[in-house]
Ligand binder design. Structure first.
Ligand code: NDP
Length: 225
Protein backbone atom coordinates (compact mmCIF):
# COMPACT_ATOMS: atom_id res chain seq x y z
CA UNK A 1 0.00 0.00 0.00
CA UNK A 2 1.25 3.48 -0.87
CA UNK A 3 0.05 6.05 1.64
CA UNK A 4 0.19 9.83 1.44
CA UNK A 5 0.30 11.66 4.78
CA UNK A 6 -0.61 15.35 5.00
CA UNK A 7 0.63 17.25 8.04
CA UNK A 8 3.56 14.80 8.34
CA UNK A 9 5.74 17.28 10.25
CA UNK A 10 3.08 17.76 12.94
CA UNK A 11 2.62 16.01 16.29
CA UNK A 12 0.21 13.35 15.05
CA UNK A 13 1.26 13.24 11.40
CA UNK A 14 4.86 12.43 12.26
CA UNK A 15 3.80 9.57 14.54
CA UNK A 16 1.58 8.23 11.75
CA UNK A 17 4.52 8.34 9.33
CA UNK A 18 6.86 6.58 11.77
CA UNK A 19 4.30 3.85 12.38
CA UNK A 20 3.47 3.37 8.70
CA UNK A 21 7.16 3.01 7.85
CA UNK A 22 7.33 0.02 10.24
CA UNK A 23 4.38 -1.83 8.70
CA UNK A 24 5.27 -4.55 6.20
CA UNK A 25 2.09 -3.92 4.20
CA UNK A 26 3.21 -0.38 3.41
CA UNK A 27 5.37 0.05 0.31
CA UNK A 28 5.83 3.81 0.47
CA UNK A 29 4.87 6.79 2.59
CA UNK A 30 4.57 9.94 0.51
CA UNK A 31 4.78 13.24 2.38
CA UNK A 32 4.15 16.66 0.85
CA UNK A 33 5.81 19.03 3.33
CA UNK A 34 7.11 22.57 3.81
CA UNK A 35 10.22 21.32 5.59
CA UNK A 36 12.04 18.00 5.74
CA UNK A 37 11.02 15.41 8.33
CA UNK A 38 14.64 14.34 8.75
CA UNK A 39 13.71 10.66 8.73
CA UNK A 40 15.99 8.33 6.82
CA UNK A 41 13.97 5.50 5.30
CA UNK A 42 13.93 3.97 1.80
CA UNK A 43 10.13 3.87 2.05
CA UNK A 44 9.77 7.59 2.69
CA UNK A 45 9.14 9.80 -0.35
CA UNK A 46 9.41 13.45 0.63
CA UNK A 47 8.26 16.32 -1.58
CA UNK A 48 8.74 19.92 -0.52
CA UNK A 49 5.67 21.59 -2.00
CA UNK A 50 3.94 24.94 -2.18
CA UNK A 51 0.53 24.28 -0.63
CA UNK A 52 -0.87 27.22 -2.58
CA UNK A 53 -0.10 25.28 -5.76
CA UNK A 54 -1.00 21.72 -4.76
CA UNK A 55 -2.70 21.11 -8.11
CA UNK A 56 0.67 21.44 -9.87
CA UNK A 57 1.74 18.32 -7.91
CA UNK A 58 -1.29 16.17 -8.76
CA UNK A 59 1.18 13.38 -9.69
CA UNK A 60 2.13 12.72 -6.05
CA UNK A 61 -1.51 12.10 -5.08
CA UNK A 62 -1.64 8.89 -7.15
CA UNK A 63 -1.45 6.59 -4.12
CA UNK A 64 -3.75 4.07 -2.41
CA UNK A 65 -4.75 5.97 0.71
CA UNK A 66 -4.62 9.45 2.21
CA UNK A 67 -4.16 10.29 5.89
CA UNK A 68 -4.84 13.95 6.68
CA UNK A 69 -3.38 15.34 9.91
CA UNK A 70 -2.98 18.84 8.51
CA UNK A 71 -4.01 21.78 10.60
CA UNK A 72 -3.11 24.96 12.38
CA UNK A 73 -4.60 27.16 15.08
CA UNK A 74 -6.28 30.54 14.65
CA UNK A 75 -3.52 32.07 16.80
CA UNK A 76 -0.70 30.52 14.78
CA UNK A 77 -2.33 31.26 11.42
CA UNK A 78 -2.95 34.87 12.45
CA UNK A 79 -6.60 35.13 11.47
CA UNK A 80 -9.74 33.06 11.04
CA UNK A 81 -9.34 33.35 7.28
CA UNK A 82 -5.76 32.05 7.36
CA UNK A 83 -6.82 29.19 9.67
CA UNK A 84 -9.61 28.24 7.28
CA UNK A 85 -7.17 28.23 4.38
CA UNK A 86 -5.14 25.43 6.01
CA UNK A 87 -7.78 23.46 7.89
CA UNK A 88 -10.42 23.59 5.17
CA UNK A 89 -9.00 24.67 1.83
CA UNK A 90 -5.67 22.84 1.71
CA UNK A 91 -7.18 19.71 3.21
CA UNK A 92 -10.14 19.71 0.82
CA UNK A 93 -8.02 20.41 -2.26
CA UNK A 94 -5.68 17.58 -1.27
CA UNK A 95 -8.60 15.19 -0.74
CA UNK A 96 -9.98 16.16 -4.15
CA UNK A 97 -6.62 15.56 -5.82
CA UNK A 98 -6.32 12.20 -4.08
CA UNK A 99 -9.80 11.16 -5.21
CA UNK A 100 -8.97 12.17 -8.77
CA UNK A 101 -5.71 10.21 -8.46
CA UNK A 102 -7.61 7.01 -7.63
CA UNK A 103 -7.45 7.06 -3.82
CA UNK A 104 -10.43 5.31 -2.24
CA UNK A 105 -9.51 5.49 1.46
CA UNK A 106 -9.27 8.67 3.50
CA UNK A 107 -8.38 8.85 7.18
CA UNK A 108 -9.24 12.38 8.31
CA UNK A 109 -8.21 14.03 11.56
CA UNK A 110 -11.02 16.34 12.65
CA UNK A 111 -11.96 17.28 16.22
CA UNK A 112 -14.59 16.63 18.85
CA UNK A 113 -17.58 18.91 18.32
CA UNK A 114 -16.95 19.34 14.58
CA UNK A 115 -20.17 20.38 12.90
CA UNK A 116 -21.03 22.67 10.03
CA UNK A 117 -23.87 23.96 12.26
CA UNK A 118 -21.60 24.81 15.19
CA UNK A 119 -21.53 28.37 16.46
CA UNK A 120 -17.83 27.92 17.29
CA UNK A 121 -15.74 28.95 14.28
CA UNK A 122 -13.06 26.22 14.73
CA UNK A 123 -15.67 23.45 15.05
CA UNK A 124 -17.67 24.84 12.14
CA UNK A 125 -14.66 24.83 9.80
CA UNK A 126 -13.87 21.25 10.83
CA UNK A 127 -17.50 20.26 10.21
CA UNK A 128 -17.57 21.99 6.84
CA UNK A 129 -14.48 20.05 5.81
CA UNK A 130 -16.11 16.79 6.88
CA UNK A 131 -19.22 17.59 4.84
CA UNK A 132 -17.12 18.54 1.82
CA UNK A 133 -15.02 15.38 1.83
CA UNK A 134 -18.12 13.23 2.40
CA UNK A 135 -19.31 14.70 -0.90
CA UNK A 136 -16.22 13.39 -2.70
CA UNK A 137 -17.48 9.82 -2.30
CA UNK A 138 -14.48 7.90 -0.94
CA UNK A 139 -15.16 4.17 -0.56
CA UNK A 140 -13.86 4.39 3.01
CA UNK A 141 -13.91 7.68 4.91
CA UNK A 142 -12.75 7.47 8.50
CA UNK A 143 -13.10 10.62 10.61
CA UNK A 144 -11.36 11.14 13.96
CA UNK A 145 -12.92 13.24 16.70
CA UNK A 146 -10.34 13.55 19.48
CA UNK A 147 -10.42 16.18 22.20
CA UNK A 148 -7.09 17.66 23.37
CA UNK A 149 -4.08 15.80 21.96
CA UNK A 150 -1.31 15.00 24.42
CA UNK A 151 2.28 14.59 23.30
CA UNK A 152 5.76 15.94 23.05
CA UNK A 153 5.16 19.14 21.13
CA UNK A 154 8.25 21.23 20.39
CA UNK A 155 6.35 24.48 20.01
CA UNK A 156 4.73 26.06 23.10
CA UNK A 157 0.96 26.50 23.10
CA UNK A 158 -0.22 28.03 26.37
CA UNK A 159 -3.79 26.73 26.20
CA UNK A 160 -2.66 23.23 25.34
CA UNK A 161 0.06 23.30 28.03
CA UNK A 162 -2.55 24.14 30.66
CA UNK A 163 -4.81 21.47 29.23
CA UNK A 164 -2.01 18.91 29.38
CA UNK A 165 -1.33 19.76 33.01
CA UNK A 166 -4.93 19.46 34.19
CA UNK A 167 -6.29 16.83 31.81
CA UNK A 168 -4.95 13.71 33.53
CA UNK A 169 -7.01 14.77 36.57
CA UNK A 170 -9.92 16.12 34.57
CA UNK A 171 -10.06 12.95 32.48
CA UNK A 172 -11.12 10.99 35.55
CA UNK A 173 -14.08 13.32 36.07
CA UNK A 174 -15.18 13.05 32.44
CA UNK A 175 -17.40 10.00 32.54
CA UNK A 176 -20.49 8.77 30.73
CA UNK A 177 -21.49 11.07 27.88
CA UNK A 178 -18.60 13.41 28.78
CA UNK A 179 -15.97 10.73 28.18
CA UNK A 180 -15.55 11.83 24.58
CA UNK A 181 -14.01 15.09 25.87
CA UNK A 182 -11.10 13.26 27.53
CA UNK A 183 -7.61 14.25 26.38
CA UNK A 184 -5.84 11.53 24.45
CA UNK A 185 -2.23 10.79 23.55
CA UNK A 186 -1.43 11.69 19.92
CA UNK A 187 0.44 8.37 19.90
CA UNK A 188 -2.83 6.53 20.58
CA UNK A 189 -4.61 8.39 17.80
CA UNK A 190 -1.76 7.67 15.37
CA UNK A 191 -1.76 3.96 16.23
CA UNK A 192 -5.53 3.83 15.78
CA UNK A 193 -5.29 5.54 12.40
CA UNK A 194 -2.64 3.14 11.15
CA UNK A 195 -4.54 0.04 12.37
CA UNK A 196 -7.70 1.47 10.83
CA UNK A 197 -5.99 2.01 7.50
CA UNK A 198 -4.35 -1.41 7.37
CA UNK A 199 -7.59 -3.17 8.30
CA UNK A 200 -10.04 -1.21 6.17
CA UNK A 201 -10.66 -3.23 3.05
CA UNK A 202 -13.68 -1.66 1.54
CA UNK A 203 -12.77 -2.69 -2.00
CA UNK A 204 -13.68 -0.59 -4.99
CA UNK A 205 -17.33 -0.95 -5.91
CA UNK A 206 -18.49 -1.67 -2.36
CA UNK A 207 -20.95 0.72 -0.73
CA UNK A 208 -19.17 3.80 0.60
CA UNK A 209 -18.53 3.63 4.33
CA UNK A 210 -18.19 6.65 6.60
CA UNK A 211 -17.14 6.12 10.21
CA UNK A 212 -16.57 8.65 12.99
CA UNK A 213 -14.34 7.70 15.92
CA UNK A 214 -14.42 9.32 19.36
CA UNK A 215 -12.30 8.78 22.50
CA UNK A 216 -13.42 5.23 23.37
CA UNK A 217 -13.41 4.01 19.78
CA UNK A 218 -9.96 5.48 19.16
CA UNK A 219 -8.55 3.72 22.23
CA UNK A 220 -10.11 0.42 21.16
CA UNK A 221 -8.67 0.77 17.66
CA UNK A 222 -5.22 1.51 19.13
CA UNK A 223 -5.40 -1.68 21.25
CA UNK A 224 -3.71 -0.43 24.38
CA UNK A 225 -1.02 1.79 22.83
P1 NDP B 1 0.37 20.06 14.45
O1 NDP B 1 -0.08 21.45 14.71
O2 NDP B 1 1.42 19.49 15.33
O3 NDP B 1 0.89 19.94 12.94
C1 NDP B 1 0.15 20.49 11.89
C2 NDP B 1 0.68 20.05 10.55
O4 NDP B 1 0.05 20.87 9.55
C3 NDP B 1 2.19 20.26 10.38
O5 NDP B 1 2.71 19.25 9.54
C4 NDP B 1 2.26 21.62 9.69
O6 NDP B 1 3.40 21.81 8.87
C5 NDP B 1 1.04 21.56 8.78
N1 NDP B 1 0.66 22.93 8.45
C6 NDP B 1 0.21 23.89 9.30
N2 NDP B 1 0.04 25.04 8.63
C7 NDP B 1 0.41 24.80 7.34
C8 NDP B 1 0.46 25.61 6.16
N3 NDP B 1 0.11 26.90 6.17
N4 NDP B 1 0.88 25.04 5.03
C9 NDP B 1 1.24 23.74 5.01
N5 NDP B 1 1.22 22.92 6.08
C10 NDP B 1 0.80 23.45 7.24
O7 NDP B 1 -0.88 19.11 14.37
P2 NDP B 1 -1.59 18.25 15.53
O8 NDP B 1 -1.05 16.86 15.44
O9 NDP B 1 -1.60 18.99 16.81
O10 NDP B 1 -3.09 18.25 14.99
C11 NDP B 1 -3.43 17.57 13.83
C12 NDP B 1 -4.88 17.82 13.51
O11 NDP B 1 -5.66 17.45 14.65
C13 NDP B 1 -5.25 19.26 13.21
O12 NDP B 1 -6.18 19.29 12.15
C14 NDP B 1 -5.93 19.74 14.48
O13 NDP B 1 -6.90 20.73 14.23
C15 NDP B 1 -6.59 18.47 14.96
N6 NDP B 1 -6.82 18.46 16.40
C16 NDP B 1 -5.83 18.87 17.25
C17 NDP B 1 -6.03 18.88 18.62
C18 NDP B 1 -4.94 19.31 19.56
O14 NDP B 1 -5.15 19.23 20.79
N7 NDP B 1 -3.79 19.73 19.06
C19 NDP B 1 -7.31 18.44 19.18
C20 NDP B 1 -8.26 17.95 18.20
C21 NDP B 1 -8.01 17.98 16.86
P3 NDP B 1 4.70 22.65 9.40
O15 NDP B 1 5.42 21.68 10.29
O16 NDP B 1 5.41 22.98 8.14
O17 NDP B 1 4.16 23.85 10.14
Amino acid sequence: MNVLVLGATGLTGRLVVEKLLKRSGVTSVVVPVRRSLGIDSPKLVEHVVDFEALESRADIFKVDALVCCLGTTIKKAGSQEAFRKVDYEYAYRAAKLAKAGGVNRLILMSAIGASSRSTVFYSRVKGELEDAVRGLGFDYLSIYHPSLLLGDRKEHRTGEAIGMAVMPLANRALIGPLQKYRAIEAETVAEAMVNDLMESDNGKGARPVVVVWEYDDIRSLARGI
